[in-house]
Unconditional design. Structure first.
Ligand code: FES
Length: 349
């Protein structure tokens, strides 16, 4: 019997399905078919796409045991970004947003031109790139794209900090010494250089509502949070917005004036910048502590009805904020996050 080149995938509780190539991941097939299933890094690192295999079999490409343990795999869980079907399959989504499972903004590929690489702190850079006229590229604030040098195959994922209405895309990128992409930001990448991109990806975009908005950024997680804040400011939102921006030391803080100026366009805005490890000579009079501690102190006894939270940064920070907010009464469905893993997600190296 000839080897099959594609398989049927049915997704529950959607009750809908699509074809998936025999060498394609289920997540990529879903994108190709117009579905925006829950995902984060798309590289088996973050667990956002974890689902349960109700029927059929898949091959799982390499992934971290943090994202999917061996025990979970044996019990029938799978990462859709790593799962390649070897039969027709039925999967049950663990995270499913009934209002947002259709791909509203198509995933595109193309090239952009570097406009500026600006130093923000000792290790943070702002990279701004011009889109070619007529590309039609768009995204939802909070999403990310893959970037790579056209002469090198390996890509890195970064969240846009700009708005889709701008003719350029902007990123806040942490420079890791020797980082395959971020290492280029200390002189190698110059205005006029071309970079390839693919995107947008990611599920952390603003949901409609009237209630308070909590924005929490850890380190370079400020990138997508800045895009969300710009989105709220642009819309002249009447929603109360609290932004917690957590870094380790004073020399890691940046863009506070920009955040305050965007916040001044909102009906109600509070910015809490926090240092988790201030040095004695930091002379810091603002908040100290981890982001979730600062947030808990600010929220007092609980979260108001209708609150939505958007959180971006390292996975331990995101998990600690999630735990704190659930304890304070936030509904699980109102928590939206982007876990920055080193290799992928919004803050790759
Ligand atoms: S583990 Fe699949 S999207 Fe991150």
């Amino acid at each position: 019997m000839p080897r099959r080149t594609s398989f049927k995938v049915r997704v529950e509780p959607l009750g809908e399905g699509f074809d998936c190539g025999s060498e394609e991941t289920i997540l990529d097939a879903a994108f190709r078919s117009g579905y925006l299933l829950a995902h984060g890094c798309r590289e088996g690192q973050c667990s956002a796409c974890k689902s349960f295999l109700l029927e059929g079999e898949v091959d799982l490409k390499p992934h971290s045991s943090f994202a999917l343990s061996e025990a979970e795999e044996e019990r029938g869980y799978a990462l859709l970004c790593r799962a390649v079907p070897v039969s027709d399959v039925v999967v049950e989504l663990l995270h499913f947003d009934p209002e947002n499972y259709r791909l509203e903004v198509p995933i595109q590929s193309g090239e952009v031109t570097v406009e500026v690489v600006e130093t923000l702190t000792h290790d943070m850079r702002r990279l701004r790139m011009r889109l070619d006229p007529g590309t039609g590229f768009s995204f939802r604030p909070g999403q990310y794209m893959e970037l790579w040098r056209p002469d090198r195959a390996d890509s890195r994922s970064y969240s846009m900090s700009s708005l889709p209405s701008e003719p350029a895309v902007e990123f806040l990128i942490r420079r890791y010494p020797g980082g395959r992409f971020s290492g280029l930001l200390d002189g190698e990448l110059q205005p006029g250089h071309r970079l390839a991109f693919r995107g947008p990806y990611g599920n952390m975009f603003l949901r409609p509502g009237d209630g308070p908005v909590l924005l929490v950024a850890g380190g370079s997680g400020l990138g997508p949070i800045l895009s969300l804040l710009r989105d709220l400011a642009e819309a002249g939102s009447r929603r109360p917005v609290l932004l917690v921006f957590g870094v380790r030391r004073l020399h890691d803080l940046h863009s506070l004036d920009l955040l305050e100026s965007l916040g001044s366009r909102l009906a109600e805005f509070r910015l809490l910048a926090a240092l988790s490890e201030p040095l004695p000579d930091d002379r810091w009079e603002g908040e100290t502590g981890l982001a979730h501690e600062v947030l808990e102190r600010a929220l007092g006894g609980g979260v108001a009805a209708g609150t939505q939270a958007y959180v971006a940064g390292p996975p331990p920070m995101v998990d600690a904020v999630l735990e704190a907010l659930l304890r304070l009464g936030l509904e699980d469905a109102d928590f939206h996050c982007d876990r920055f893993t080193l290799a992928a997600g919004g803050g790759g190296a």
